[in-house]
Design a protein around this ligand. Structure first.
Ligand SMILES: *Cc1c(COP(=O)(O)O)cnc(C)c1O
Length: 376
């Protein structure tokens, strides 16, 4: 079946007791045993598993073309689970440009725990190969990357990883499975902040890890054990909200992508925009690769003006765009990324990151044009 159909139906069944078309929310934390001490429903305790979480995990696995999905209480909890499944002394490679929370998690938290890591320019395969060490166990890919939308070759990186007996893990938060399915390109593991496009309404925090047949079985077992024992699981209501959101995911992302295309076209015609980061533009250094491995270019973009002061004035001058962090919601957001990332941020000072929402693109264009004019 096609993605749109799966997005509506995967993980859902009519409730056998009530006939409810939408799943009931099972808040119970514990599940009764039968006279023989068995568990007729298969559920025992909600930290271990819950009907709403099982529905969500089924849907996530289907949409990412995987076999197993684990839902977490945040994207960070999902990413930390993957790092936690490595051993102290293991080495991983991660991209120079990536979500700053991931960088902080690797550099500040897991370094203390004995995980070794090097940042590489992931869009340059030669640099990736040169950074490889005998103890490299995992390569962490984020494509398009946050916030500079660099594109990395998932298939080539997965081949390199497999040649060294390592795992290729891809944070697919920005592309979404609507436009990119890393497991079909050879990656072993997909991670999500479901807070973003999958949730899509800026009202539920969540994360997920999804894998297929290629993932090392003991690594998969450690991930599953950590979801239960680490305990950073989403509530039944959060799972219910996310499942509800998945039904509209392809239509939301398609519209957001179309609007982002129109915005970048407009920005490309402005002399006061120094640089635009969007893989859909022919001038993007990896446009051809993006066109090959993605089915669409997404609703995220960033652009640079001459300096931080102008960027700040611009972010203050918008009226319709909201000046806030996060992405993937129905409302358009803009933020000055370097100041959010803090001291030491590798992000250019004049860069503004934009998440395109579902407002009419003419209104978004008018707002951006007025803010650019007013901020000179
Ligand atoms: C937001 C984000 C995360 C972190 O997810 P949370 O849900 O905020 O914990 C991880 N990776 C990427 C690419 C993100 O955009």
């Amino acid at each position: 079946m096609e993605f749109e159909t799966l997005a509506v139906h995967a993980g859902r069944t009519v409730d056998p007791t009530s006939g409810a078309v939408m799943p009931p929310i099972t808040l119970s934390t514990t599940f009764a045993r039968d006279g023989n001490g068995g568990l007729p429903s298969g559920y025992i305790y909600t930290r271990s598993s819950n009907p709403n979480r099982a529905q969500l995990e089924t849907a996530l696995a289907v949409l990412e073309a995987g076999k197993t999905a684990l839902a977490f209480s945040s994207g960070q909890a999902a990413l930390a689970a993957v790092l936690h499944a490595l051993n102290p002394g293991d080495h991983l490679l991660y991209p120079v440009d990536l979500y700053h929370g991931t960088r902080n998690l690797i550099q500040n938290e897991f370094a203390r725990w004995g995980l070794r890591a090097d940042a590489v320019e992931m869009s340059d395969l030669e640099q990736v190969a040169a950074a490889w060490r005998p103890e490299t166990r995992l390569i962490w890919v984020e494509t398009p990357s946050n916030p500079q939308l660099r594109i990395s070759d998932i298939q080539a990186i997965a081949e390199l990883a497999h040649a060294h007996g390592a795992i290729c893990a891809v944070d697919n938060t920005w592309a979404t499975p609507v436009w990119q399915t890393p497991l079909t390109l050879g990656a072993d593991l997909v991670m999500h902040s479901t807070t973003k496009y999958l949730g899509g309404h800026s009202d539920v925090l969540g994360g997920a890890v999804i894998w297929g047949e290629s993932l090392d079985a003991s690594f998969a077992d450690r991930l599953s054990a950590w979801q239960n024992l680490g305990g950073a699981v989403p509530s039944p209501f959060d799972c219910w909200l996310l499942l509800r959101s998945l039904a509209t995911l392809p239509y939301r992302v398609r519209a957001q992508t179309e609007h982002a295309g129109r915005i970048t076209e407009y920005l490309a015609g402005r002399k006061d925009v120094v640089r635009i980061h969007y893989p859909g533009l022919r001038e993007h250094p990896a446009h051809d690769l993006a066109a090959r491995q993605m089915r669409g270019f997404g609703g995220m973009l960033s652009f640079e003006v001459e300096d931080a002061a102008r960027a700040m004035r611009l972010a203050s001058a918008v009226r319709l765009f909201l000046r806030a962090t996060s992405l993937g919601g129905v409302e358009s957001l803009i933020e000055h990324r370097a100041s959010v990332e803090g001291p030491g941020s590798p992000t250019p000072a004049g860069l503004l990151r934009v998440s395109i929402g579902l407002e009419h693109p003419d209104d978004l264009l008018a707002d951006l044009a007025a803010a650019l004019d007013a901020s000179v």
